[in-house]
Design a protein around this ligand. Structure first.
Ligand code: COA
Length: 160
């Protein structure tokens, strides 16, 4: 069975991530979306909310499973017996960071390969950070996020 892991922070999951997930689901029989529990950057949504929103947003995509993980992504992949990591490249500016991460992961575990997928150009400018900023400033999020995420983010902002 062909399987891959798509790891990320998903703070929150956007239409751009969903585009990558759908593309991966056409290539692999099973794609595990791995939501990092404690990323090395500050997050807006707690782990449980990020996980729940990824689950809701992907429930109609066939061959996709959502899990949380901590520790190194290569160790998590190994524990699942998976040797492919999927990452999305939106534009050239993503490349340097992704290239570094892929080569570092390869150094940590040479058996694990990273493959890159490109989202549809209409999503190439999307970023979770800018979406969080729009949300804080009361902008319309319909073009960027699934409905379940918009409701959760608006709730979160109101409660702050
Ligand atoms: N559409 C829209 N946005 C996208 C996107 C897409 N297709 N692909 C990436 N992004 C955005 C994200 O929204 C996020 O934006 P933000 O920084 O403005 O919030 C940014 O690109 C990157 O986020 P993400 O794709 O979630 O990945 P990440 O850089 O947060 O990395 C892990 C997450 C899980 C891959 C990484 O932290 C990791 O591997 N952690 C485990 C520890 C480890 O193994 N470390 C060693 C790594 S070498």
């Amino acid at each position: 069975m062909s399987r891959a892991i798509y790891p990320g922070t998903f703070d929150p999951i956007t239409f751009g991530h969903l585009d990558i997930i759908e593309r991966a689901s056409h290539i692999f029989e099973e794609t595990i979306i791995a939501v990092v529990k404690k990323p090395f950057k500050s997050v807006f949504l707690p782990y449980k909310d990020r996980l729940k929103l990824v689950q809701e947003a992907t429930k109609s995509v066939k061959g996709v499973r959502v899990e949380g993980f901590s520790g190194l992504v290569v160790d998590y992949a190994k524990s699942k017996n998976i040797n492919i990591i999927v990452r999305g490249i939106r534009m050239l500016s993503d490349f340097e960071y992704e290239f570094q991460m892929a080569l570092t992961n390869r150094k940590l575990n040479p058996k694990i390969e990273t493959i890159f997928l490109m989202p549809h150009p209409k999503y190439s400018y999307l970023s979770s950070r800018l979406i969080r900023e729009i949300a804080y400033l009361g902008g319309n999020l319909d073009e960027f996020l699934p409905k379940c995420c918009i409701e959760e983010i608006n709730k979160k902002i109101k409660s702050k």
